[in-house]
Ligand binder design. Structure first.
Ligand code: KDG
Ligand code: MG
Length: 403
């Protein structure tokens, strides 16, 4: 079997998604997701200009060699743009392999380690009451694990809480990024009261999660972790900006609240120290941004040695194609922890028809061969890309801060 064509499609069925379609001489077609929120055009250009020509004529079954060609073969290696582009290629090739063999993809990754994957969804509100109301709704829908984000008294907009828009979507359309503002002390004083109330209302059985979105110092993170201990979170996410892996040491020594990190990581070299030193409980790296299925299976096996579980990033800017790949990997690996899942709008589902079955808090892989997700190109092409940016963040005195 030979690759005869590879093309990228950048469309906006509700939000921007970059899709790579690879065709073979035997008529088998595979798809991969190259969406990098707010930087879609950079990945598209990396694929179109620097990868696609080298794919033509190759055997799509050679995933290991093709992955190494694009990773090891590139002098300028790693980084989110490069790794997302490689991830799109790798997922499309695994999709082709599984379709050609007529099996769901997980069967080629070690087979089934479980029949259903525990997922968590988002519940957010502009204040505590609204956030708890959102939790109640999600619990009624059957979710057993819910991430709570709430507006903080005295602070304008905050990560994870939609402003005027209806649903969750951190990226704003326009020519430049939108600005948010931040006050750590208001946040730290408020969050423990939110979780105290949530436990009062919902009891002990519901799994509760929270995302600090890279905004604390190690010492502040330790304080938050300690103060949340009585409320037994499933995890506390991205407490520190993790380019400094050692910063997790102090947090880990001071708190037993489970720590999750890594949605912006794109290779094992972003997290090898925190895995080996057992500084985290869950790795959030996701298939599309982490270079694809080929490296993700190796990282999962490496993490398993150190008792680190995999809880991949899967908000709605991770397309159904990428989430399908996360589901297949999650089904196959032993050290699966949980998967983020928010569901998709009708528009998104029309562009990417899929059959992820949600039942009582768990998600099942589709029964079809391959990823089990399709690309409705005709529909997607009716919705051209609309430039959008993730926000930037400043402290109240104007200092640039982490978003
Ligand atoms: O594109 C950025 C979002 O995907 C990110 O902010 C979502 O932190 C996030 C999460 O945990 O889902
Ligand atoms: Mg996050």
């Amino acid at each position: 079997m030979k690759i005869v064509e590879a093309k990228t499609y950048l469309n906006c069925p509700g939000r921007n998604f970059l899709t790579l379609e690879i065709k073979t001489d035997e008529g088998v077609v595979g798809i991969g997701d190259g969406t990098l929120n707010g930087r879609e055009l950079a990945v598209k250009s990396y694929l179109d200009e620097y990868c696609v020509p080298s794919l033509i004529g190759r055997d799509p079954f050679d995933t290991e060699d093709i992955w190494n060609y694009f990773y090891r073969g590139a002098y300028w290696r790693r980084g989110p743009v490069t790794m997302t582009a490689i991830g799109a290629i790798d997922v499309a090739l695994w999709d082709i392999k599984a379709k050609a063999l007529g099996v769901p993809l997980y069967k080629l990754l070690g087979g089934s380690s479980r029949e259903k994957m525990l997922v968590y969804c988002h519940a957010s509100g502009r204040d505590m009451d609204a956030a708890l109301e959102a939790v109640a709704k999600k619990r009624e829908m059957g979710y057993r694990a819910i991430r709570i984000q709430s507006g903080v008294p005295g602070m304008e907009g905050i990560y994870g809480v939609p402003g005027q828009k209806k649903g969750y979507e951190p990226a704003n359309r326009g020519a430049t990024p939108h600005e948010e503002s931040w006050d750590t002390s208001k946040y730290l004083n408020y969050v423990p009261t939110l979780f105290a109330k949530a436990r009062d209302v919902f009891g002990q059985d519901l799994h509760l999660l929270h995302d600090s979105h890279h905004r604390l110092t190690p010492n502040e993170a330790a304080r938050l972790g300690q103060e949340l201990e009585p409320y037994h979170l499933f995890w506390l996410e991205d407490v520190v900006p993790a380019e400094l892996q050692e910063s997790l040491r102090l947090v880990r020594q001071k708190t037993t609240t489970p720590l999750a990190i890594g949605e912006i990581f794109n290779s094992v070299y972003d997290c090898q120290a925190m895995i080996v030193e057992q500084l985290i409980d869950y790795l959030r790296m996701t298939v599309s941004h982490g270079g694809g299925i080929t490296p993700m299976m190796k990282i999962a096996a490496f993490a398993a040695i150190y008792h680190v579980k995999i809880g991949m990033h899967g908000p709605s800017d991770v397309s159904p194609v990428a989430l399908g790949a996360c589901l297949q990997v999650s089904r196959a690996i032993n050290n699966f922890g949980i998967l983020e899942f928010m569901g998709y709008t009708e528009e998104m589902s029309e562009a990417f028809p899929h059959d992820f079955r949600f039942e009582e808090g768990y998600l099942k892989t589709p029964d079809k061969p391959g990823l089990g997700v399709e690309f409705n190109r005709e529909y997607a092409e009716k919705h051209p890309c609309q430039k959008a940016f993730l926000p930037v963040n400043r402290l109240e005195d104007g200092t640039m801060f982490h978003w």
